[in-house]
Design a protein around this ligand. Structure first.
Ligand code: UN1
Length: 504
């Protein structure tokens, strides 16, 4: 799609601070990964803007997060209006995303739909019960768990789900009363801006306090400033393990900061000999190639029981040969390009490492420029514990087929990685399904489905290196409030719990 078809307002990134749009500055180019053309630009936020954003969010906290002034329902109504605007602009948002991120149009549409679902869920949570009442030992005492907002949150998001992931984090933060400073990936700032523009419309309609949601841009140092800032409390991050670990460390060194991080995966799809082979091959194809293997839930390993491995591999390769990564706006392709040159280099470096370790290279991948297009690599390798191929995340279209003797060995391979995000099991054996549910060391488990395709009303998060154990999407509501104990005595004398004497 030529550059001129994106309207100037969308192309020119502006910071949004304290409810105002700052003038555009052309400092960071935004490239189309399909042809490297410049589609727009954004500023790199300076320390002064970041500090103003954090200050504006803290000012907003006094109203937005104060239940004497703003109710949960009213906050949720802002989100409800936001999602109505998103629905209205669904196709423009998906098209912009496809151009900016290279995500196939069908995937971009699904990403926007996922964002809509998340915001709908968040709006609905505004009218759900909040807190709990609990019994007291003393008849005249009544106790309640009162949920108080935690404070200003930094939201740092990746490029691969430029609408869905921001809403997973921003939606629950806002409904629970926590203002946000949002720094999207440098690869997809324009999609983020579009989303925030739609929020701005909703915020104005409801006269929300300015500064409830602030938008800033830039590379790592911008995010780091926000995470280190003494006035940000929640650090909500989705992205690489390296950056997430840093966010965790910084948060841990401050007495009042907490970090909710989702940080990649090393995901396996296991195929047992009783599996429906067609279902298994299709699940493997979707797990390995959707989003050009750039989901944190994409499957690197296809662990297949030896008795059916030759047949599975034959059919998997047959379908792989028909898979093409091409123009994201052309629905004839399965998926689009890799996001940038660095990803193309990683694709090749990964393949070289795997090649040194594996027995067979079944399909030779390659670059297919111009643009960041590639063809996938497929390898076969026996179970060799501790190898790069079996333990490290690829995040590029490299796939390893691992033949194993049985379910037990398959689980050993799948659980051996330091990551623990997503896993699939292909079988009709109901007992194995249950063992898989119990034994799989990861946050998302699927049976007879791909490793991708989570829905927003479930927890989304991983174990081990994949996360902080505080899943996002719907589950983030569990971490966005302080659970405080509120107790009232209705009697005219004091009676203490635990039989403690109240005599003075
Ligand atoms: C990611 O992989 O980075 O489960 C997020 C899925 C999507 C979200 C993936 N709903 O495939």
């Amino acid at each position: 799609m030529p550059r001129h078809s994106i309207e100037p307002r969308t192309r020119q990134g502006r910071e949004y601070i304290a409810g105002e749009w700052k003038p555009h500055r052309e400092e960071l180019e935004v490239l189309n990964p399909s042809d490297h053309s410049v589609i727009g630009s954004v500023p790199v936020s300076e320390v002064e803007s970041l500090d103003r954003g954090v200050a504006a969010a803290n000012d907003a906290l006094d109203t937005w997060g104060n239940h004497l002034k703003w109710s949960w329902v009213r906050r949720a109504e802002v989100v409800d209006t936001w999602v109505q605007h998103v629905r209205k602009h669904q196709s423009e948002l998906a098209l912009l995303m496809a151009i900016e991120s290279g995500k196939h149009l069908d995937e971009s549409r699904a990403d926007v739909v996922e964002a809509i679902h998340m915001l709908q869920y968040c709006a609905g949570r505004g009218r759900q019960p909040i807190g709990e009442r609990v019994a007291s030992e003393i008849p005249d005492k009544e106790a309640e768990i009162y949920l108080a907002p935690r404070g200003v949150c930094t939201v740092i998001t990746p490029w691969n789900f430029p609408a869905a992931i921001p809403t997973w984090l921003i939606g629950p933060a806002l409904v629970c009363g926590n203002p946000v400073v949002f720094k999207p990936s440098e690869e997809t700032p324009l999609t983020a801006q579009y989303l925030v523009r739609l929020f701005d419309l909703a915020a104005r309609e409801h006269e929300a306090p300015p500064g409830v949601l602030n938008l800033v841009y830039g590379p790592g140092h911008v995010g780091e400033h926000l995470v280190r800032h003494p006035d940000t409390v929640g650090q909500l991050f989705t992205g690489s393990h390296g950056v997430g670990s840093r966010v965790k460390q910084i948060a841990a060194s401050h007495y009042d900061k907490f970090a909710v991080c989702e940080m990649g995966g090393k995901n396996s799809l296991i195929v047992l000999e009783d599996a429906n082979l067609e279902l298994a091959v299709n699940s493997a194809i979707l797990s390995a190639y959707k989003t050009t293997h750039q989901r944190c839930v994409s499957a690197d390993l296809l662990i297949v029981q030896k008795s059916i491995e030759p047949e599975f591999t034959r059919r998997f390769l047959e379908v792989t040969d028909g898979v093409r990564f091409g123009d994201p706006l052309d629905t004839a392709f399965l998926a689009g390009p890799l996001i940038n040159q660095k990803a193309v280099d990683k694709f090749e470096a990964c393949a070289s490492r795997i090649e040194e370790e594996c027995e067979d290279r079944l399909r030779q991948g390659s670059r297919e420029g111009p643009g960041n297009f590639v063809r996938p690599n497929v390898f076969r390798m026996s179970h060799r514990p501790g190898t790069f191929a079996l333990t490290q995340e690829f995040f590029t279209p490299n796939v390893v087929i691992v033949p194993v003797a049985d379910f037990e060995e398959a689980m050993q391979v799948a659980n051996a990685s330091e990551f623990g995000l997503s896993m699939s099991l292909m079988t009709d054996d109901f007992r194995k399904m249950r063992e898989f549910k119990v034994l799989g060391r990861c946050g998302l488990k699927y049976v007879n489905l791909p490793t991708i395709g989570a829905e927003v009303h479930l927890p989304f998060g991983g174990m081990k290196r994949s996360g902080t154990g505080m899943p996002s999407a719907a589950w983030l509501f569990n971490y966005m409030c302080h659970a405080t104990a509120f107790t009232v005595n209705y009697a005219e004398e004091i009676r203490m719990a635990q039989g403690l004497s109240a005599k003075v």
